[in-house]
Design a protein around this ligand. Structure first.
Ligand SMILES: Cc1cc2nc3c(=O)[nH]c(=O)nc-3n(C[C@H](O)[C@H](O)[C@H](O)COP(=O)(O)OP(=O)(O)OC[C@H]3O[C@@H](n4cnc5c(N)ncnc54)[C@H](O)[C@@H]3O)c2cc1C
Length: 388
């Protein structure tokens, strides 16, 4: 099980129970499958998804009135996310991925829309969903999207191309961000829920990736896709604000996921260093190795505490763009550092696929890129200091 971070939190019995459920599922069902999922390359482990669904782990963040677990506080979500991702970050992120879809629906949707789009996710066997923002010509600058939404009577007609969309090959519904007027930049961005079987929506072949292969990514092509006005989330031009609110929470969850990954690397490297003997002593007795482990432990705590702070402030209703960016930035860079350090601690074995640490190093890299690169997180933090 490894080391737990002492954070001073007093969890309720219910929170504790849920975190323990996630910890057991991670050890028993996630970690043992991780290598095979990595080697399968472009297939999500839907059997693990189904098992997790049976225990409520894929829908705990969906409101009770939609059949979900109703764990709507971000702090509990963060603690669960960390445990799942201690098992494997790719599979952990897959298990909670419907939370990325439900967030803009909750932020922007009417009660009727929330019921229509979220109720399917609160069942025992929920389908996967996806959120499509990124385009071939629009990544960090999300306000520059070109996918167009043209009003035509009681519907909109969507045209464009999305890329890198997580879960696209499996998703039953997409939240698609389009623009009613590209000249308006962020003030033109508008969100729509588009069912997968809508004529004109096509998903491309799966991408081959460096890591986190449990989630499959692909392009989404929109060719005269007609969406009824009832599927527009919020008013025209409100999509960008809904997306930023979604990122406020989802970046904190990335902080949690990367803390879980960094903790896994620390636990594995520590156990190895206690066992492996060189120059007549376990290598942990060599100060260079011990100090590297000490730095890893310190970084794990740093990531965890920043994440807990951001989630606590979020739950109290504060604006958290800065704290959320810090949690993601520090979490992802510490996960990169710690997985690299774990490879180093295992020496040649660290470089072998027989051990998980090389895979964890590949997995970590993604979190410095998706949902805003580290540069973009620094941009957000520096704006809070007065930079333009
Ligand atoms: C595995 C994976 C899953 C993803 N899942 C999804 C998904 O489900 N839905 C979705 O919509 N998108 C998804 N994405 C897309 C992801 O959010 C983008 O890749 C990310 O936002 C970066 O955009 P980009 O790749 O176009 O890079 P670019 O924006 O082209 O950036 C390239 C480089 O320039 C730097 N840069 C750009 N602008 C600035 C600036 N102003 N200041 C300093 N540096 C800057 C960046 O930091 C980066 O180093 C996913 C990506 C990956 C790899």
């Amino acid at each position: 099980m490894g080391r737990t971070v002492r954070d001073g939190l007093r969890l309720t019995a219910e929170q504790q129970q849920f975190v323990e459920l996630a910890r057991e599922f991670a050890a028993g069902e996630i970690r043992p499958r991780a290598r095979a999922v990595d080697e399968a390359d472009t297939e999500s482990p839907l059997d693990v998804w189904d098992k997790a669904s049976g225990l409520g782990l894929t829908s705990f963040m969906i409101g009770e009135k939609f059949g979900g677990g109703g764990v709507t506080d971000l702090l509990t979500q963060v603690l669960v996310q960390q445990e799942l991702c201690h098992g494997d970050i790719g599979i952990g992120n897959l298990i909670t991925s419907n939370g990325f879809f439900s967030a803009p629906v909750e932020h922007l949707g009417t009660p009727e829309q929330q019921d229509r789009f979220l109720s399917p996710l609160g069942t025992d066997r929920p389908p996967l969903t996806a959120v499509a923002v990124t385009e071939p010509g629009s990544g960090s600058d999300a306000a520059s999207i070109r996918t167009s939404a043209r009003r035509d009577g009681d519907s909109y007609v969507l045209n464009g191309q999305k890329t890198w969309i997580s879960n696209a090959p499996y998703a039953s519904q997409f939240v698609i961000f389009a623009t009613v007027d590209p000249a308006k930049r962020s003030r033109g961005v508008t969100a729509f829920v588009v069912p997968r079987d809508t004529p004109g929506l096509r998903v491309g072949p799966p991408f081959q990736k460096m890591g986190q292969r449990a989630i499959v990514n692909a392009e989404v092509f929109l060719d005269d896709v007609r969406v009824p006005v009832e599927n527009r989330l919020g008013d025209e031009g409100q999509g960008f604000a809904g997306l930023m609110r979604t990122f406020d929470a989802s970046r904190i969850l990335i902080g949690a996921a990367t803390t879980g990954l960094a903790r896994a690397a620390l636990d594995f490297a520590t156990d190895y260093a206690r066992e492996r003997v060189q120059f007549g002593v376990p290598i942990i007795q060599h100060q260079a190795v011990a100090f590297r482990l000490a730095d890893m432990a310190t970084r794990v705590d740093m990531s965890h505490l920043l994440t807990v702070r951001a989630a606590t402030l979020y739950d109290e209703g504060h604006a958290v763009a800065q704290e959320s960016a810090m949690a993601k930035l520090v979490g992802s860079e510490n996960a990169m550092w710690c997985t690299h350090a774990a490879v180093q601690t295992l020496g040649g074995y660290g470089y072998s696929r027989e051990y998980p640490v090389e895979r964890w190093m590949r997995d970590a890299k993604l979190e410095e890129i998706e949902e805003g690169t580290s540069d973009i997180q620094r941009l957000i933090i520096s704006r809070g200091l007065g930079a333009r």
